[in-house]
Design a protein around this ligand. Structure first.
Ligand SMILES: [Zn+2]
Length: 350
């Protein structure tokens, strides 16, 4: 995807377009394969310049980001600039929209809205950036290069472009209005064509796709396919019993700082493949499934953890530490990882 965003001066710019256009049967290059796997269309993707600006570049405006939400709202109330412009970008119900509102002498004067497209194509961050450009467009319309401030609710955009941060969704008048307008834009409202900034008009009204949006979409699709394949896998039925849910986030979270030995014990306990006589007998490693301390009972996990009198002191430790959870650790042969891991390791069983 990175290759597809290279500017035209880059040696690979032409190559990737060529590979997307002509799908060859023989002597496919790695670029052919990548383009096919990722469904890349370089002509509908943003171009990222390797260099943003000269080291000597200086911003033509001043930037102010308040330290806290409250300070930003306070700043807004104390702002006596004749013209104030509020901008916002919104990712709303799966779609992205941007808006800017110009307030003159405390009264809303004009606004601009622009619908970017589905969030799978452009991100909220870009909507914010487009919002800023709409704001500047309003400023040009008003043609009043005097004391003017621009307020937006995304610090990230300010650091790369503009001017005052105002805490989002917090009841500042102009901010409220622009938030509504941006949501409207996300639902498809776009202002009059001729009033939009020139660069949007030149793009034919559709921004190129953002690489981060495409990556997110791609990853989501992969995860979905992963889940589908897992459901069809022969292993699915076995793991179903654990009630952890694919892709086992909780299990991995609960076990991530365990040693190898502890981890393998957990897996043994949960799969029932623990080195207890019942299981060892099934593997014909030992002659009898019986517990060596209790001639009447088979040495199952349940017997070992909860019944065998030989381990009663260790069990008392476990109950003291875990309370009722000690008995929830094994429920109808399903073992709860987070409970098992919490304290069993500190106990003399092991
Ligand atoms: Zn026993």
């Amino acid at each position: 995807m990175r290759i597809a965003t290279l500017p035209s001066a880059h040696p690979l710019h032409k190559r990737i377009r060529h590979c997307v256009r002509y799908d060859v049967k023989r002597h496919r290059s790695p670029l052919h394969n990548l383009a096919k796997i990722y469904h890349i269309d370089p002509n509908d993707m943003e171009t990222i310049d390797p260099v943003r600006q000269l080291p000597t570049y200086q911003r033509p405006f001043t930037i102010h980001i308040a330290d806290t939400r409250e300070a930003s709202l306070e700043d807004d109330r104390n702002n006596e600039a004749q013209l104030r412009i509020y901008t916002d970008g919104s990712g709303y119900k799966g779609h992205a929209g941007a808006a800017a509102i110009l307030i003159k002498d405390g009264e809303p004067q004009s606004k601009l809205q622009y619908y970017l497209g589905p969030l799978s194509h452009n991100t909220t961050f870009e909507a914010e950036a487009v919002g800023v450009s709409l704001g500047l467009q309003l400023l040009m319309e008003a043609a009043l290069p005097r004391a003017t401030t621009l307020a937006l609710d995304n610090q990230g955009v300010i650091q790369s472009t503009a001017i005052t941060w105002i805490s989002g969704h917090s009841g500042a008048d102009g901010n409220e209005l622009v938030d509504k307008a941006a949501k409207g834009a996300a639902q498809g409202t776009t202002s009059e064509w001729r009033r939009l900034p020139k660069y949007i008009r030149e793009l034919g009204g559709r921004l190129p796709a953002s690489v981060s949006a495409l990556k997110q979409q791609h990853n989501a699709a992969l995860k979905h396919r992963w889940g589908e394949r897992w459901q069809k896998s022969p292993r699915y039925a076995k793991y179903e019993a654990f009630k952890e849910g694919h892709p086992f986030h909780n299990f991995r979270q609960a076990t991530k700082d365990l040693t190898r030995r502890q981890y393998s014990l957990i897996v043994q306990l949960r799969t029932g493949h623990a080195p207890l006589n019942k299981h060892l007998h099934r593997l014909t490693v030992v002659d009898s499934p019986k517990c060596q301390h209790c001639p009447d009972d088979e040495e199952t996990l349940r017997h070992f953890l909860y019944q065998c009198s030989n381990y009663r002191h260790a069990r008392a430790d476990m109950t003291a530490k875990l309370g009722r959870d000690a008995y929830a650790a094994v429920t109808t042969a399903r073992y709860n990882t987070s409970i098992l891991r919490r304290d069993l390791f500190g106990i003399t069983f092991w």
